[in-house]
Design a protein. Sequence first.
Length: 200
Amino acid sequence: MGDYRISVMIPRLLLAGFAIALTACGGGGERGSVEAGTRVNAYRVGPICAGTAVPEAPPYTPTSGIHPLNVMRRGPDGAYRYGFLDPNVYRLPEGWRARYVEELALVVCVDEETSTYFDECDYVLDDGGGIVVLSRSVKQATARLLEARTAREISAETLIAGPGECPDTIEVPEGSRSASMTLGPFQEFEDWVRPYVEIP
């Protein structure tokens, strides 16, 4: 006899109800459950940058261990939201990002960002058909480090991206003769906050 496959279709509504039942009956107190705490979001964390304390957050004490944080950026309307850290270029070290208010010790508030032209890098196309010019800019940011529980300022810094060397190679669309790149101060950011976040 040949092999055959049986497919069982479960209506979506029934499947959703099953998932809800599993969540309700699951073991309490795990990180993914409601009992773990209140999820952080821009509406809860952003106001800290404007001086609103969050009493549910733990007090910040410079003791050994990791003191999780969130990073907020002031938008054109003055409200603080996520956006300074580019996940395509930089990710926070393991354990640094707070997922719940109850573990949110610190908040970085990026108050202002500017970009400044730095230099150009020339590249010869692989087929020898011309030169591509890469224009590089560096980003500068003024930022404050606050205790989430009290909105107290702990440190302030002006972060300026270090441009480093021109990349060995770049990719450009066919027919392009120019490209641009803006370098963010992500390593500078990490060097600044590390002594407060990750204490030996």
